[in-house]
Design a protein around this ligand. Sequence first.
Ligand code: FAD
Ligand code: NAG
Length: 341
Amino acid sequence: MRFASCIFQVAVLGGGINGFCCAIQVKEKWPGAKVSIISDLYTPNTTGDGSAGLWGPYLMGDTPAGKVNEWSLGMHKFLKQIWISGDSGEAGVCLIPCVRLATGGNQLDVSWRDIVYGCRAMKQTELDAYSGTRSSKFTSGLHFVTYTSEPAKLLPYLEKRFRSSGGNVIKQKINDLEELIRNSNYDVFVNCVGLGALDLVNDKMVHSIRGQVSRVKADWIYYAILDESFNGNYIIPNLDSVVLGGTHQENNYNLNICPNDKSFIINGCQIHLPGLKHAQHLKDWVGLRPGRKQVRLEMEKTYNNKILIHNYGHGGCGVTLSWGCASEVVELLQKSMKSKL
Ligand SMILES: Cc1cc2nc3c(=O)[nH]c(=O)nc-3n(C[C@H](O)[C@H](O)[C@H](O)COP(=O)(O)OP(=O)(O)OC[C@H]3O[C@@H](n4cnc5c(N)ncnc54)[C@H](O)[C@@H]3O)c2cc1C
Ligand SMILES: *[C@@H]1O[C@H](CO)[C@@H](O)[C@H](O)[C@H]1NC(C)=O
């Protein structure tokens, strides 16, 4: 039996952040397994590549809070390992202070308070400093420290790590999953195609949540500033640039830069930080977040007793959930293999 000897073959579908985290964890758990990633796009062309990669649950539908916390804690621990390993510069992992701001009755009581470092409520005198030239000052806010792991740096780092452990990277679009399952030698399939699940597994619950951002050069910004009102702006520093955001348009599949969104982003962020008027504009970028009512992470028995594990629909926090979700994929695989022996 292939599973008993641990020389089974695994195909991870999708080369975004979720695909790489799964592929690495499977390969590290079963070094004898042949693990391949199959994907039509890779970094720098995946959904995460333009994102700031700030740790934080966001736009994940009604995925149960317990699951969100478990998965995002997994990523926080992984980022801490990188941070203290000495690889942080290469992997683009930074530990930065963040403020999350609100006006009026906005609820700042978040379930992940104890995962981030030093989370506390802010005083009005502090809030004034982050209110910029807003007509109404922020009236509540959370201050904490957490990680950014910009995928444009983290993905190449993970790819190197995966390849050096003997992993295989294949550039290919999959048009027919059933055909692949029937006619290939893979025993296990891990489906991490994100928005691609719309076509690949015909999941009508998956939809785009369009995000447009700008990047500017502003080396004097060391803080992530997040306006938590519904159409709020955000400012998140990465290593070589600062991300200004952003939009979250449901069911919008437009990959082109929209000038109206750009002015909303630039003008909105300048209200928070007037100094941004002098920042050099580097580029604009659009990504389509894989929205879903809930993250889909579950196993399916398929043709000839092969195993198919779905792991997609991570919405606005696919980076934050990635490592923790991959750990659950490994657990599911381990359980199903035990039942086969
Ligand atoms: C503007 C913006 C800002 C964001 N900021 C953050 C943030 O700060 N923190 C955070 O945690 N998250 C953030 N996100 C969300 C995050 O980027 C996504 O949730 C995450 O990238 C999803 O990763 P994924 O691997 O599941 O999917 P993707 O990155 O979309 O990868 C899917 C992969 O599957 C491949 N694929 C699809 N269909 C097929 C097929 N048929 N055959 C072969 N390959 C296929 C694609 O080529 C792609 O490589 C942001 C998103 C946007 C747009
Ligand atoms: C990313 O996309 C560009 C433009 O389509 C392409 O030239 C490049 O080869 C792609 N990179 C990878 C790694 O697929």
